[in-house]
Every structure is written in structure tokens, then in C-alpha cells.
Write a protein that binds this ligand. Structure first.
Ligand code: XMP
Length: 318
């Protein structure tokens, strides 16, 4: 019978044997899969595992700092690379969703390649690929492995893609990955995280991306997600987030008409992201969240809740 404890024990042994004293590079995304893969490798080879966590400037509010802290706490040999400016610069003026994805993917590869060159004599690239990733074309977990997948038939591979690949979770489903993480005492905070797309807030800001829009959406998203946690709703939802819409919504301030941003909140139930239903969140929660957002986030005057199921309405708006 499969148990997480036995899986950890045999996998750690196999990794030790396979890798020996060679060096391994791994891209952490903040998500469950890459984090659990890193912990397994850390158990097997310790500081011969070199983790790289890239801030693309499109993460949730305070995410980069807080997740980096958690990784260090877990004893991982991790380097945080803040490349926000590089991503935002490359994205300037691009409003096409696929165009934005391509830019984010390309810059990620450049940054990751630069960083991997700094690890002298690395021989392996570890990835948090899980079983469903090998079947589906879009990885819900996103991040480094999704980027690699979508680029693997482009000519002229970056150097890190020429490394030997090790994928300790490739036979597991998501719930098994969570159980493996729990058996290594990883925090519920990391193991229970909602999926988050690799391009991050970049595909939740409809249209072109600016630093100002990112800052607005981070505030809105933080109020929504913190609220879900406070109300005990976070674990009942498969994925949640906010979209910044490219419309100016009219409002009144005294005798004046003002034009400010409109945001859409989305929360879905799903098992694999392929189909999804919107979640029937309590009206009191929606009321409080909407008031908080409009009162606290400058530049937003309207909040709507997305009540569309997938298919046909995808989870992301872009
Ligand atoms: P959709 O919007 O297609 O999303 O219903 C299904 C799941 O995939 C995530 N998603 C992405 N993940 N890169 C990713 O790594 C992407 O470009 C991307 N687009 C969507 C989405 O967040 C959901 O979990």
C-alpha cells in the first residue's frame, strides 16, 4: 500500500543514489509542487540543492518576501532574485494576453538561465512536475515547469535545459503531493495554497500592465484573500483572485462624476481546473469585502462578483 512516509523514505534514497554528490538547480514558484519537490531533494542532498525563487513583479502582495522567509525557515538553500523591474519593462505596452504570457515566459527563462550559470558545475535540473502535468497541456501549478514545457520545442535551448532532469513527484497526484509534504512536516500554509498561474497578476490585469495597476490589484487581491481566510472560507475554495478590468466606471463624489477602476472577484470550486463552478460565497462576506475594497483601495469605485462556470468561462479572464 502507498503511504507518504514510505514514499519519502524510498524517494530520498533513490535521489541520493541517482544524484550522488552532484549539484541540482530547482526553480521554486511558491506553489505546493515545487516546494514539496525541494523538500525531498533537501532531505536527500542538503545544500547541493540550489533553489532559485524569482520575483516577476506579478506576485501577490508581500508574497515574495513572505514565501522566501518560509523557504529559509524550512532549511532550503534558496536564492531570491527580484527581477520585477526587468519583467515590467519588457511588458510595457503589451496588451495581448498571449503576448504577455510569451514575454513573461521569455524573461523568466533569461533570468533563470543567468542565475543557473552562477551555480558552478551544476548537473541536474529538478522540477515539481506531477502526473497530471504530463497529460495536460496547461499546468495549473504554472511557474518554472510550465514555462519549460511550453518552450521545449523552440530552437536554441538555454543552458539549464541541457541539464539532466529529475522529477521526484512525476508519479503523484496533487492530493498525494500534499500528503507527502505533510509527512515531512511542511506547514499547512504552503500545502494548502490555492493554485496561482505562472504569469501571475499579469493575466489578471486586463490589457497593458503598469506598476501602478499591479499595486492596485495587489491591494484588492490581499483584501479578498485575507478575508476568505478570516471567514474560514479559504479552504473551501479551490482558487480565488481578483481581476482589474480595463473599464473606467462612473461614480459620484459630491456633485461630481468621477471615473475609476472596476474589479471583478472570482472564486471557484474545481478538482483539476478543467471544469469549475463559481462558489456561492455568503452575501455578508461579499458585502464586507466590497466595502473594504472601495474604502481602502484608492482608484477603485466598483466591485463585481463573477458568477460564471467553466465551461465556457475560463477561471482566468485572459
Ligand atoms: P483557465 O483560465 O484556463 O485556467 O480556466 C485553468 C487553470 O490554469 C491556470 N492558468 C495558468 N497557469 N500559466 C499557468 O501557469 C498560464 O498561462 C495559465 N493560464 C491559466 C489558472 O490559474 C487555473 O488554475
Amino acid at each position: 500500500d502507498w503511504t507518504p512516509d514510505a514514499f519519502v523514505e524510498t524517494t530520498v534514497e533513490e535521489l541520493r543514489e541517482e544524484i550522488g554528490d552532484e549539484k541540482v538547480i530547482l526553480g521554486l514558484s511558491g506553489g505546493v509542487d515545487s516546494s514539496v519537490a525541494a523538500m525531498l531533494l533537501n532531505k536527500a542532498i542538503g545544500d547541493h540543492l540550489y533553489c532559485i525563487f524569482v520575483n516577476n513583479g506579478l506576485l501577490r502582495k508581500n508574497e515574495f518576501e513572505s514565501v522566501l522567509d518560509q523557504y529559509k525557515h524550512m532549511g532550503l538553500n534558496v536564492k531570491g532574485v527580484d527581477a520585477s523591474a526587468r519583467f515590467l519593462d519588457a511588458l510595457k505596452g503589451e496588451s495581448d494576453p498571449e503576448g504577455k504570457r510569451k514575454i513573461i515566459g521569455r524573461v523568466f527563462i533569461e533570468v533563470f538561465d543567468d542565475e543557473s550559470h552562477k551555480v558552478e558545475n551544476a548537473k541536474w535540473l529538478a522540477q515539481g512536475t506531477i502526473y497530471p502535468d504530463r497529460i495536460e497541456s496547461v499546468s495549473a501549478s504554472g511557474g518554472p515547469s510550465a514555462v519549460i514545457k511550453s518552450h521545449h520545442n523552440v530552437g536554441g535551448l538555454p543552458d539549464y535545459m541541457k541539464l539532466k532532469v529529475v522529477e521526484p513527484l512525476k508519479m503523484l497526484f496533487k492530493d498525494e503531493v500534499r500528503r507527502v509534504g505533510a509527512s515531512m512536516d511542511m506547514s499547512a500554509e504552503i500545502l494548502g495554497r490555492h493554485p496561482f498561474p505562472g504569469p501571475g497578476l499579469g493575466i489578471r490585469i486586463l490589457g497593458d500592465i503598469t506598476a501602478e495597476k499591479v499595486a492596485i490589484l495587489q491591494e484588492v487581491d490581499a483584501i479578498f484573500i485575507d478575508g476568505l481566510k478570516k471567514w474560514g472560507l479559504y479552504d473551501k475554495v479551490w482558487q480565488a483572485g481578483a481581476m482589474l478590468l480595463p473599464v473606467d466606471s462612473v461614480g459620484v463624489m459630491g456633485d461630481e462624476r468621477t471615473y475609476e477602476k472596476c474589479v471583478a472577484l472570482r472564486a471557484v470550486e474545481s478538482t483539476d481546473g478543467m471544469t469549475a463552478d463559481w462558489v456561492n460565497l455568503p452575501y455578508e462576506f461579499l458585502q464586507k469585502t466590497s466595502n473594504d475594497i472601495i474604502n481602502k483601495v484608492k482608484g477603485v469605485n466598483r466591485v463585481v462578483y463573477d458568477i460564471s462556470s467553466k465551461p465556457p468561462a475560463t477561471i482566468e479572464w485572459e
